[in-house]
Design a protein around this ligand. Structure first.
Ligand SMILES: [Zn+2]
Length: 418
């Protein structure tokens, strides 16, 4: 029994002393309790990892949750001797099966992290029976382990992107830097603005900075001077999907203003029309459902020269523009700015000023052909992850989850060590 347990446990340097089933009314499920100890030899200090002399047996007994065996909950139990480390003091010795401070074995944590990379919060907590907050702590530990084992993600960068996203309803911001070539997040930090982006560049050697040719980002003003200061060879490029999102933002403002006007004027017909078009105006023509098509048709038929329909027509250009060849795009952009600035729709006029100001950047985006769909997909994945991490205790756990899910680490499920 003990030798089978030893094989099943699959942890190097561990000896199984005893195994028993504990079925106590105090526990929600029966537990297979496995008593273990580290293989003989000098114990290690958990902080510096060096072999140190034993101090005493004073650390007491601890338990670690391991992967279930079938429907049995499995716990490792071991007494915790202490070591005397000249650098770190008297501390509880390191054990081979778990990280210091964790109440889970490394194999359990690896499985949990793997699952967090591919599944939803509900699946992870429900399947593994761990509280979501606890899963956040696990994500942090596994992300730390993987980072030290992986080669630096900052080597050989040529095109990077920076984006800031809010979480906790806009109270906190996270700045994320992505590697466009390898399609992964290379850095996530809480905070936003130039200082945070500067900190990222401070981690790069001069050689690494010089290899960066393209930096993408939204229209935030702090990005330009920061890129100019750190990356002498880089061109600053606007993310295509940000250009599109400016337009949808302006369009939504138009719709909301008109809806409010109609409501105030007591025009029920118009209010209903605007409400029906709420989602239709934001969508691309190919993606409209039948009902939304009808809603848009109602607006066009009642008022083809009216603001919402004209605004919707103007929206189409920034979206298709990015797919056209440069010369054609240049002409279309000038044409669009002309029409938008003469549209007499205040929100669209305002947007036309912004687009005119950003014209060189937009044309550069088109020239360099940074794949828009892919950028948007990775941006979406980051946003989904941030929503997933809602309920975590610390922002460091959220950042760890972003790195696990979007940083492309090599998370492996535990394998038998035979
Ligand atoms: Zn030490």
């Amino acid at each position: 029994m003990d030798s089978i347990c030893n094989q099943l446990l699959n942890v190097k340097g561990t000896v199984v002393e005893d195994a028993r089933i504990v079925d106590s009314p105090l526990r929600p499920v029966p537990v297979l309790e496995i008593r273990v100890r580290p293989r003989k030899g000098m114990p290690r200090c958990p902080r510096c990892g060096r072999r140190r002399h034993g101090y005493d047996q004073g650390g007491g007994v601890r338990r670690w949750r391991h992967q279930d065996f079938g429907c049995w909950r499995v716990e490792l139990v071991a007494s915790m001797p202490r070591v005397d480390c000249p650098e770190c003091g008297v501390v509880v010795a390191r054990v081979p099966w778990a990280e210091p401070g964790s109440r889970f074995t490394k194999d359990f944590e690896a499985e949990c992290a793997w699952l967090m990379g591919v599944a939803s919060q509900k699946t992870v907590s429900g399947f593994l029976h761990v509280a979501w907050r606890t899963a956040g702590d696990i994500a942090r530990r596994v992300a730390d382990r993987l980072r030290t084992a992986m080669p630096s993600p900052f080597d050989g960068l040529t095109a990077i992107g920076v984006d800031e996203t809010s979480h906790r309803k806009g109270h906190t911001y996270i700045t994320v830097v992505v590697d466009h070539e390898r399609h992964r997040v290379i850095r996530a930090r809480d905070g936003y603005g130039r200082d945070v982006f500067d900190l990222f560049f401070q981690q790069l050697t001069e050689e690494r900075k010089a290899s960066i040719r393209v930096v993408t980002g939204d229209g935030a003003r702090w990005i330009d001077p920061c890129v100019a200061a750190h990356c002498p060879n880089a061109e600053r490029v606007l993310d295509g999907f940000h250009i599109v999102s400016w337009m949808t933002g302006a369009l939504d403002q138009v719709r909301r203003r008109l809806w409010n006007d109609a409501r105030r004027a007591g025009d029920e017909e118009a209010t209903k029309r605007m409400r029906g078009a709420k989602y239709a105006v934001l969508k691309n023509p190919g993606d409209l459902t039948d009902r939304q098509n009808d809603a848009l048709g109602a607006i066009r038929n009642t008022d083809p020269k009216g603001q919402p329909y004209r605004a919707w027509q103007l929206k189409e250009l920034p979206r298709t523009l990015l797919k056209h060849p440069l010369d054609q795009a240049r002409g279309e952009l000038n044409h669009w700015v002309f029409w938008a600035s003469h549209s007499r729709i205040p929100e669209i006029v305002e947007l036309s000023k912004k687009i005119r100001r950003r014209r060189p950047d937009i044309l550069r985006t088109i020239r360099l052909g940074c794949s828009n769909a892919r950028l948007e997909a990775s941006d979406d994945r980051i946003k989904v992850t941030i929503r997933m991490a809602y309920g975590f205790h610390h922002v460091t756990n959220l950042i760890a989850l972003i790195m696990l899910r979007c940083g492309g680490p090599d998370i492996r499920l535990p394998q038998p060590a035979i």
